[in-house]
Design a binder for this molecule. Sequence first.
Ligand code: DON
Length: 564
Amino acid sequence: MLCASVRTVRRLSLLCVLSLTVATPNVLAQDQRNATGEYGVVVSRSVEASNVGAAILEQGGNAVDAAIATGFALAVTYPSAGNIGGGGFMLVHPSDGRDPAFVDYREKAPLASTEDMYIDGGSRKNHRWVGVPGTVAGFVLAHEQFGTLPWEDLVMPSVRLAEDGFVLKSLAQGLNRAVERSENDEFKRVYGKGGGTQLWQASDRLVLSDLGSTLRRIARWGNDGFYVGETADLLVTEMVRGDGYITQNDLSSYAAFIREPIRTTFRGNEIFSAPPPSSGGIALTIMLGILENFDLKSKGRWSPETMHLIIESMRRAYADRARYLGDSDFVEIPVHLTTKGYARELAASIDPRHATMSEKLGPRLTEVEESQETTHYSVIDRTGMAVSNTYTLEQGYGSGVVVTGAGFLLNNEMGDFNRNPGVTNRQGSIGTSANLIVAEKRMLSSMTPTIAVRDGKVVMVTGSPGGRTIINTVLNVTLNILEFEMSLRDAVDAPRLNMQWFPDRVGFQGFDDPVFSDLVKQLTVMGHRVTSGGGGDANSILVKDGLFIGAADNQNGGASAARR
Ligand code: DON
């Protein structure tokens, strides 16, 4: 067993990957967080959800089938971010010669929305912040385009999970905290033990019967099980109860779209990632484009030179993100942003010895904070078809509003818009017009589901939660794999750095180990303001020598390999 050096490992407890046990001849290695096999792998934040996806692969489903089933399962087993009441993005790389496709099922602003609807701010834990949910429509569209198994077969495993219940394990604590903070009676009734009068224990089983019934309607009728009929009636009634904006018209007019992914190259690999309304793919393209101009490998992964260049590339990409990006159906995105020539110009603007003060790239903005909720999962099937899916309720448990009688949580994604023209909001949006609120517009996202391909074959699938830090997490993992050729486990576990233009500081995750103190000192001398912090949950897949290797990031995540 190979133990990674301390320099490449983020958490000391993970210095050595656990000894892996051989399960069957076709699953070469499997423990909870690592799985290697030749028949496909699913990696998500929840072991139960990954197992649902792997079972679909074993039934002959393809990667999209498994991704849909995993997504519905996460809506049951990981309620803080897994959802049917939110939205997200699914990047698909087929293995049959078809072009990669990006399923945009981002929430949209309700028809009643106006630019200044949130000018007075206030708590975001209520009905008023809910965007029109997109997840069900996105999964239906993905299934229509790419699915092979019957739709019902993809939803029913989650119906069973919800109705039979599942053992809470680490979720118990998080739920207890959320229930204690919640002011929503239905949330307490559905997610609290004894309606919130008792505390969940890790060994308790959570049964979600209303959610099970809603999923049954979705299993039977697809979009019509959610956007019209009983589920829609319950949702609209919930909106009326809490002064929310969403009407039946909003639900009936919601559509998921297939978009062209952002496409770039890095060191001979093709990189596919998220186009607007996400900022992820464009920002990632700018950063990789800048870094391609430097031989980072010979400088070393943890050298001050490499770290400085990564930080400066992030600073420049995030400045452009804030300035230019929004829903491209509503705003013009400058085409030069993703060109190699522009990246070269930005690379040339980096002073090799000194940090560029962020004010030099634009006006100073308010400092922002980030939360971690959202979830990413990666799937590959035996043919090499891959799916990279990131979806979210925005904050943990979204708006905290459970649709009474329907058992699912609603997002508070409207907070991702620039809410106060001219003012920075908590999520780091700024008051530029590209991301101001317009009825039916999609709010700018940072979700960055990403797939790397070499010689036509998928080599890496990754993505992460973490608000604006998402794009940086994806960059860290991508560089670890494609530039520094780390093993997947090391690439996911390695320390991460995070710089977002503003706040003008560098967040390090995992650099508290004394072996990094010199590095931090040298970066400080260059003018970087170094703090600890960051995050991410990069549930990723690497393809090597014909094998599919999955690595879950979080201790509670799960990688599951198909056995046949
Ligand atoms: O779409 C986005 O970028 C955010 N709504 C994602 C939210 C997230 O990762 C958790 N942090 N706030």
